[in-house]
Ligand binder design. Structure first.
Ligand code: NAD
Length: 495
């Protein structure tokens, strides 16, 4: 059985805990690797390596750091197929979707290639007579990233390039469910010339995460995952004096107004609900259908669902793959029964579709007449299950978002500029789409939700990412003529 080890100081190092976690191919149900889980000592070794590497990395010129970043970007682009292959083999998403994930990650490397521009400080000459004041941004030191199973390549790339380009040393703790793609990406970074220890990878579970959150030499941690763990990471990390950004779960609403283009809205709902088997934090899980568009919209969505091809993500004709684990597939299937018991109308039941073999497949589900008091509305299902909430007015639909626990993404489909403008201003979510169902910002803006979708003050990547991984230092300097010097006990004022 293939063993997956830590990557510390540029070397593959086995875990010392004696504990392991199996890695499966979700399309076949076969175990493909055994992952060593970190002990406290393993994490300490990674932190010690990163701390040492930071001392020289932070002093390396922007020019040299940027050259490595450009080389890394080229290697990731050239190896897109291999990264996508690893993603599909352990996550299950179809190869084209996996390649799309890599492409979105590359945007973040490209942003970090411009780090010279992003790290420019500000300078006021002659702020007071003969006195200059300037602010520069310094790296924090050793920082950590803890990432989820659903974007094993893209989410690590949300933070690693910026953190490292800013001069930090980074320790990644990827999801234990699909570790091969992030490991390969870390190897590519070394191939690009990154010095040993600047990027270490430790695999593990709560033991590793807790140690990273309490280790005195770790200055900040960036987390993406489910809301309960995000809140735990935020509270534990901040209690230990660390800077934390912790992105949590979501329940993203797509409003469809009566004047929307029906085909456009139906295409968008199906793509955004069932792409990657609904295992996206920006997936649409609720369509709020306003007024008399509801009936034709449900018909148009169901018709499109019947044409979807579900299968092994390596098959070119598969549009949707399996779910990540058997347990998760069973949990998602359980929600369909819960929805029916609570009074939702199951228009299409994913449990009815049969699949050959032992893969963790589930058909796509559409539930109509979902109401906000139902479990299937309140919980994040994180699978190929779309709920329709019927609303009488636009305001009723918009206010569903305000009343919801989460505020990651929200979208509106309409031709009405006034409604769209109101939605832009009043939708209670961090990322809003107007006739765009999955409004993931480009790499030079920043990604982050509101409410229980983000704990902390900064969102990820882009300008906010650079701010998160640096701290400002304000300098005041004077080069006086010694001939004019005298003692003055007054408070320094400007003049
Ligand atoms: P998860 O919370 O189970 O795991 C995330 C990370 O935390 C993993 O590295 C895992 O090993 C670690 N972890 C798990 N349990 C832990 C514990 N008790 N203590 C400390 N660490 C622990 O999430 P997941 O199932 O891997 O990912 C899916 C979730 O991530 C969904 O809720 C999804 O919405 C969310 N997500 C959010 C965003 C976003 O941008 N807001 C993006 C992607 C995924």
């Amino acid at each position: 059985m293939k063993q997956i080890n830590h990557l510390i100081d540029g070397k593959h190092v086995p875990a010392t805990s004696g504990r392991t976690s199996p890695v499966f191919n979700p399309a076949t149900g076969e175990q493909t690797a055994e992952l060593g889980l970190a002990s406290i000592e393993d994490v300490d070794a990674a932190v010690a390596s990163s701390k040492k590497a930071f001392e020289s990395w932070r002093g390396m010129s922007i020019a040299r750091r940027t050259k490595i970043m450009f080389a890394f970007r080229d290697l990731v682009v050239r190896n897109t197929d291999e990264i996508a292959r690893r993603l599909t083999a352990e996550h299950g998403k179809v190869l084209s979707d996996a390649a799309g994930e890599v492409a979105r990650g590359v945007e973040n490397i490209e942003y970090a290639c411009g780090i010279a521009e992003h790290l420019k400080g500000s300078y006021n000459e002659n702020a007071s007579t003969g006195v200059d004041v300037y602010t520069v941004r310094h790296p924090l030191g050793v920082v950590a990233g803890i990432t989820p199973f659903n974007f094993p390549a893209m989410v690590p790339l949300w933070t690693i390039p910026n953190a490292i380009a800013c001069g930090n040393a980074y320790i990644l703790k990827p999801s234990e469910k699909d570790p091969s793609a992030p490991m390969f990406i870390a190897e590519l970074f070394h191939e690009a010339g990154l010095p040993e220890g600047v990027l270490n990878v430790v695999h593990g579970d709560k033991v590793a995460v807790d140690r990273l959150l309490e280790h005195p030499d770790v200055k900040a941690a960036s987390f993406v995952g489910s809301t309960p763990i995000a809140q735990y990471v935020y509270e534990t990390g901040t209690k230990n004096g660390k800077r934390i950004q912790a992105l949590g779960g979501a329940k993203n609403h797509m409003l469809v107004l009566p004047d929307a283009d029906l085909d456009l809205a139906a295409d968008a709902a199906v793509s955004a609900a069932y792409g990657s088997a609904g295992e996206r934090c920006m997936a649409i899980s609720i369509v709020a259908a306003v007024g008399d568009i509801a009936d034709p919209l449900v018909d148009a969505i169901s018709e499109r669902m019947s044409k979807l091809t579900i299968g092994d993500g390596t098959n070119a004709d598969s549009e949707m793959g399996p779910l990540v684990t058997k347990e998760h597939r069973d949990k998602v299937a359980g929600y369909i029964g819960t929805g029916a018991e609570e009074g939702a109308t199951i228009v299409v039941d994913g449990r009815d579709q049969d699949f050959d073999g032992d893969g963790y497949f589930l058909g796509v589900t559409l539930m109509d007449n979902v109401t906000p008091d139902m479990t299937v509305y309140k919980d994040e299902i994180f699978g190929p299950v779309l709920g329709i909430v019927r609303c009488e007015t636009y305001v009723e639909a918009r206010d569903l978002i305000a009343d919801n626990q989460w505020g990651n993404g929200a979208a509106i489909f309409t031709r009405d500029g006034g409604a769209a403008r109101d939605f832009q201003e009043n939708a209670d979510a961090g990322m809003v789409g107007i006739n765009v169902p999955i409004p993931v910002p480009v790499g030079y803006h920043s990604f982050g939700g509101w409410k229980d979708s983000l704990f902390g003050d900064t969102s990820m990547y882009g300008p906010e990412g650079v701010r998160f991984f640096t701290r400002p230092k304000a300098l005041t300097s004077r080069w006086p003529d010694p001939a004019t010097s005298s003692v003055d006990l007054g408070f320094p004022t400007n003049g």
